[in-house]
Design a protein around this ligand. Sequence first.
Ligand code: SAM
Ligand code: SF4
Length: 481
Amino acid sequence: MYNEINLDKIDLRQEPPLEEPARQYYFMAECRQYTKRFFEENGRLPSASVHTFGCQMNARDSEKLIGILEKIGYEMTEDEHAELVLYNTCTVRDNANQKVYGRLGFLNTIKKKNPHMKIALCGCMMQELSVVEKLQKSYRFVDLVFGTHNIYKFAELLASSLESDRMIIDIWKETDKIVEELPADRKFFFKSGVNIMYGCNNFCSYCIVPYVRGRERSRKPEDILQEIRRLVQDGVVEVMLLGQNVNSYGKNLEHPISFAELLQEVEKIEGLERIRFMTSHPKDLSDELIEVMKNSEKICRHMHLPLQSGSSRLLKIMNRRYTKEQYLALVEKLRNAIPDISLTTDIIVGFPGETEEDFRETLDVVRKVRYDSAFTFIYSKRTGTPAAVMENQVPEDVVKERFDTLLQKVQEISKRTSSRFEGQTMPVLVEQVNEQDSRLLTGRLSNNLLVHFPGTENLIGKIIDVKLEESKGFYYMGSYK
Ligand code: SAM
Ligand code: SF4
């Protein structure tokens, strides 16, 4: 197995192999020469700090980047006063970009005191030409820039950067390649994200993801199952299957298989206790999937079902390919099949041309569905998407007012909805010591709600029964005997 390769046994006098992932292990070995030298000269290992912006996909990518850095011999730290700082960026909304530029200014002041420091940037934001141009012009102190398609090449790019003072930029427009079997460092020993597909083909008119993550590519089911089996052997009890639209998984494989079929295979893995997935596009949510969820003992009672807007007129312009009525019918079908299911969603306010009437339709869906929680976003214009050039961009003050109204409604409803399990005893996967109060543990219910309860650290990673004593709106206080 590649993961167990001893880097010290790789002969660096040979040419690097051409095939992957062997090639990357060669470059990890080369970078390891640097960390060893650093240790000899400084009496400590070089430190590296990886910061993740954005979604679960990026979080999983960062686990892979950290896995590579640890294999090379870096000491990981949160502190940005490090020998290597890597930002894994997001560009779904413009404020994510602005945050990165702001933080780069701060990194520059650190680098002035430590000129050997390396600053690297990767992820979705780097796939935008205008960003790379800006970096080349105004942020010359950045050492390494790479995108979403060649993340697996990190060791090779780092090896080049360690030997050079130039800014190295390697951005690919597209790829059909999926490189498996690189190291990964899991944030939690008992749960892990698992990519089942990359990219997106949906082209919702406001969204930049298909442009920066490329076309949809599904991993082969046998590779996914093998990865999960290994994770389970390594102590994982919960997996989150990741894709921009998991419901269209498998359609472009040589031997097509549906997402529901994949789930049934995952369910068979002994030792695995919980299965989650994200994200489900309503247009592709099949009856087959609902049936599989209903009969499953492992699939969690939670569905994240992005609405975006409650107005059928706007949904059409957004290219979402469902109507308000179809969405509501889907929710009814889900609730009939799985009555205790928790539903969460994403909603955008202020899409171009949104009228008061459109907005009222959104509020109407929120009222009817009674979400357990909802992520609400102010529409952000993304250059290159069809919506960016649409007329009737909604004035800022109107958007702000609607956003506040929506947020209030969502919070009021989700407070009531999520308290419906009060008094019940339910299985909880214990995740960590509570961040505010170390006498408490924090765990997650199957329906994704959090519960805090007194307990000891040895329970972390276990699934135990906890009584949900009191609902606090978005979480519970509980007790465990
Ligand atoms: N693929 C997933 C889906 O279809 O729901 C989610 C992808 S996206 C990273 C997460 C959320 O960001 C979307 O559901 C949408 O609500 C929001 N989003 C995407 N583009 C946006 C934009 N231009 N402005 C505001 N919010 C946006
Ligand atoms: Fe973006 Fe739509 Fe693809 Fe989700 S489905 S990533 S919102 S284009």
